[in-house]
Design a binder for this molecule. Structure first.
Ligand code: AMP
Length: 287
């Protein structure tokens, strides 16, 4: 298979490419993904390019973050198209390791997390963040970038990775990139392809509900009342609601029931048929 940009499939080849750049004194940015790339991923590549001389993007559908019965087998895999998009964006290297390269026989280490990893996504997907953290720690050690960019779309994941890098003294700046949305406000996601046309229309409600929720809190509404309204709206719009809540923006700790007096984030996870959507919005308290 020939891809339209340099690519590495083994750690050894990745390290050789990176060593050559380091020998020239170049800085390196990194964008980890699971592929099926869309404009949200490419915006993260743009952000890394703005800050670093060379950018590596990885495409790896990480089996360790899927539970049995989740969509690991069905997850869209579009490596040729991904490579074309990365080449078009000016990305310098695609790293697409096999599962065997990442998890060779005898692999026996998993990162265990608390703090921002607790609750929210973990309630529905208890093994998700340890799978994410383990693969991201490996990828960061393999690439050893100066900066790595993660999407605010997965806000809890971004905080988990930021915590991981700080706690394990990883010498990398963890940056967040803003969420890229469709014209109707739906956050771009590789999983949106699962939605039927009817569900795709309903999906746009998630951003509307979160934006209303964030606006109410910013205007000084009591957090427990605003949350009850958002929850009711989400229950009326979707087939299921895993959570719809406001949290402290830095730690994801619960807020009190009163008006919000510090930076906060509203976060929601809902189900449309068998598809699960997540999204979030910043809340800036009135001054
Ligand atoms: P994924 O391939 O879905 O695991 O995502 C790879 C990276 O892209 C993660 O840091 C995501 O948060 C980020 N990402 C996914 N969707 C978006 C989006 N709509 N806007 C910005 N970043 C995104």
């Amino acid at each position: 298979m020939s891809l339209p940009l340099p690519s590495a499939h083994a750690v050894r080849d990745l390290r050789a490419a990176i060593a050559a750049w380091r020998a020239d004194g170049l800085t390196i940015g990194f964008v980890p993904t699971m592929g099926a790339l869309h404009a949200g991923h490419i915006a993260l590549v743009d952000q890394a390019l703005a800050r670093c001389d060379r950018v590596v993007a990885s495409v790896f559908v990480n089996p360790a973050q899927f539970a049995p019965g989740e969509d690991f087998d069905a997850y869209p895999r579009t490596l040729d198209a991904d490579a074309a998009k990365l080449a078009g964006a000016g990305c310098h290297l695609l790293y697409a390791p096999s599962a065997r390269e990442m998890y060779p026989d005898g692999f026996a280490t998993t990162i265990s997390l608390s703090g921002p990893a607790e609750g929210l996504e973990s309630a529905a997907r208890p093994h998700f963040f340890s799978g994410v953290a383990t693969v991201v720690a490996k990828l960061l050690n393999q690439v050893r970038p100066d900066a790595a960019v993660f999407g605010e779309k997965d806000y809890q994941q971004y905080l988990v990775i930021r915590r991981l890098a700080a706690d394990l003294d990883l010498p990398v700046a963890i940056e967040a990139g803003p969420t890229v949305r469709e014209a109707d406000g739906l956050a771009l996601s590789s999983r949106n392809v699962y939605l039927s046309p009817e569900d795709r229309r309903r999906a746009a409600r998630l951003n509307v509900i979160l934006a209303d929720f964030a606006r109410a809190l910013a205007a000084g509404r009591l957090a427990d009342e605003a949350e009850a309204d958002a929850l009711e709206a989400a229950r009326a719009s979707f087939d299921g609601v895993d959570y719809m809540t406001a949290r402290c923006a830095d730690t994801l700790a619960p807020l009190g029931p009163g008006a919000v007096d510090r930076p906060a984030r509203v976060l929601g996870a809902v189900r449309l048929g068998s598809t699960r959507l997540i999204d979030n919005r910043a809340v800036s308290p009135a001054g």
